[in-house]
Design a protein around this ligand. Structure first.
Ligand code: NI
Length: 174
């Protein structure tokens, strides 16, 4: 397993649409292992493959609390089959939008069809934080970030801030 570099906004790669996985093989499992390790190290509770620069429809999640045992979830080719009409609101952040948070409304329940770590077809009904996280991650597969739901003004401000932070990080004084 290895840590991968997490891409941050602004970055064109994050805006790409990810492609369906044709086969869940050892290489894909290695990618999922790396993604999980990278997510835990960040630390974060969800990561899409495109965030480490791989345009494949793969997501890892672990929403267990610190005092609970780890419970990683793997979603290959996830699809939302059914969404609730009721919304819930969570304050969202994103490893690709470091240090920024905003309240986002999303359907509070959804059914998700996907392949698991072994390529087996599964379907779950997600609610609460899990439903929000899955929808946030599936958005990544479409090149969508949570800041896209904010007003143009707020979004522009956040991207400006992130661009500035990036420039400062790249500056080297020797
Ligand atoms: Ni994210």
């Amino acid at each position: 397993m290895a840590l991968r570099k997490i891409l941050t906004e602004p970055n064109k790669i994050l805006r790409q649409k990810s492609l369906p996985v044709e086969k869940v093989d050892k290489d894909l499992q290695n990618l999922m292992d790396d993604m999980l390790e990278t997510m835990y190290a960040a630390p974060g509770i969800g990561l899409a493959a495109i965030q480490v620069g791989v345009p494949k429809r793969v997501i890892v999640l672990d929403i267990s609390r610190k005092d609970e045992p780890k419970s990683p979830l793997y979603f290959v080719n996830p699809e939302i089959a059914n969404k609730s009409k009721n919304n819930s609101t969570y304050e969202e952040g994103c490893l690709s939008v470091p240090g920024q948070f905003a309240e986002i409304d999303r359907p509070d329940k959804c059914n998700v069809k996907f392949l698991d770590y072994y390529g087996q077809p599964k379907e779950i009904e997600a609610q609460g934080m899990l439903a929000t996280c899955i929808q946030h991650e599936i958005d990544h597969l479409e090149g969508i970030l949570f800041i896209d739901y904010l007003s143009k003004l707020k979004k522009t401000m956040i991207i400006k801030k992130l661009s500035k932070q990036k420039k400062e990080l790249e500056r080297i004084v020797v």
